[in-house]
Design a protein around this ligand. Sequence first.
Ligand code: CMX
Length: 137
Amino acid sequence: MIKKVHHIGIAVKNLKESMALFERVLGIKPAAIEDAPCQKVNEAIYRVGEGVEIDLLEPTGPDSAVAKFLERRGEGLHHICFEVDDVDAELEAMERKGVDLIDRKGRDGVAGKIAFIHPKSVNGVLVELVQPGSEGE
Ligand code: CMX
């Protein structure tokens, strides 16, 4: 079951420049800056209000999914991540409904066990599921 929005990912070309922009325009600073080699991105993580994060995502190389996204679509909303109790159970239930899954099983991510659902199954929005505190196999 989906419990809440965990984070919203925004693709940016240059993390430093975008952090300066977010501070100038919105007056917010990141709570953390992290490398996520498993996703080939550097992230600036903002905690705004209760619980929901906004992650700015800068690709670390041309083979990053975010680099491909920037090339094709430019900067902007990249994905919405929902927190769930059990990633694998959600994937099984979605597969039964004919949803186009990018991952058939949860895998390791920065925040826990993660999986992606293809944007063509969700009105053009890339959806990530996360099960915090749990690691993928
Ligand atoms: N949101 C919406 N649509 C997207 C998208 C996104 N983030 N990324 C790609 N697309 C669209 C493309 O625009 C394209 O649409 P059209 O065919 O209508 O033009 C289609 O999906 C295929 O795009 P592509 O460039 O050929 O890309 P691929 O099929 O190679 O890959 C995707 C697309 C979503 C399967 C791939 O990006 C992926 O596996 N993403 C999951 C992993 C990821 O994005 N990690 C990033 C960091 C996450 C984090 O740190 O939390």
